[in-house]
Structure formats: C-alpha cells, structure tokens
Write a protein that binds this ligand. Structure first.
Ligand code: ZN
Length: 159
C-alpha cells in the first residue's frame, strides 16, 4: 500500500473517532468522511480484491467487529437449533442431561462421526448447516463431551 493511501486511511480513522460535536459539526464531519472515503475508493479501485479488503478493514474496524459478532450470533442460534432437535427439544445431553451448550455436540449414533466430518463438513457449523438442510436425518443425537468419550470407550473406538 502506498504511504499516501496509508495516511488517508489513518486520517479517515482518526476523523471517525471525533466525539462531542454539535449537529452542524457532525454533518460537516460526515460530509468530509464521505469525500475522503470516495478518494480512498478511487485510489484502491485498481488494486487486487484482497488488497482492497485490507484497506476497507483498516478504515472500518467497527464494521469488521460487527460482522464477526453477527456471524457468531447466527452460529450459536444454529447450534442451539440443531442440538435441541437431536435432544427432544431440550438442548441437553440425551444420556446424562448435561445442559451447558459449550460442552454439547452432535454424535453419530452408529459411530463413524469422524468420517462424516471430512470433506465439506469439516467445521461444526457446516455440519450443523448440513443437518438442518437435510431436514434432520435420523442417526444422530446430542451428547456432552464426557458421554461422547465414554461411548467411544465402551465401543472400543478409542485409540
Ligand atoms: Zn452427557
């Protein structure tokens, strides 16, 4: 990134942090910010997409934070939904009733959970998405980590 661009982004960020303005000053600042962002946009238009994103994230750190938290909220809603479905609507471990969602996950009743997780369903979120999209197929249940461990031990699946 050119030092000019760096400076512009720094300037833009500093301007955005200005507080305690009268409404007239606020409007003035917003107009200035719009102009400045427009100039930055002209400057980065020809850059590769990744570089443009880097500048955008640098200039709008609050937007990045917003996006991350919105995403994590959506993920926890999805997890709650799927785990509830596989524990009769209660979102608890079906074996012991443990209810701390951070320790709960989906267990493949017949085993082979690890095989399932390969490929496109690597992350738990994509796995939950897949279960929901498939209309909650049979053969899965909600278990806590403790019970998953015990089950694996009982079935001799542990190494
Ligand atoms: Zn349990």
């Amino acid at each position: 990134m050119s030092s000019w661009l760096n400076e512009m982004v720094e300037h833009y960020r500093a301007m955005k942090k200005t507080r305690d303005l009268s409404s007239v000053e606020q409007r003035f600042l917003e107009e200035k910010l719009r102009q400045l962002w427009w100039e930055i946009r002209q400057e980065i238009k020809s850059l590769p997409k990744a570089e443009q994103m880097r500048v955008y994230r640098g200039a709008h750190p609050e937007k990045v934070r917003e996006q991350i938290s919105l995403q994590s909220i959506k993920q926890s809603i999805l997890k709650d939904e799927v785990l509830s479905h596989y524990s009769d609507g209660k979102c608890v471990c079906v074996r012991c009733g443990f209810s701390d969602i951070s320790a709960l996950s989906i267990d493949h009743i017949e085993g082979g959970g690890n095989r399932q997780r390969k490929g496109k369903l690597r992350t738990s979120t994509s796995f939950y998405n897949w279960l929901k999209k498939e209309g909650y197929p049979l053969g899965y249940q909600t278990l806590c980590m403790n019970c998953q461990f015990l089950k694996r031990f009982e079935n001799g699946e542990h190494n």
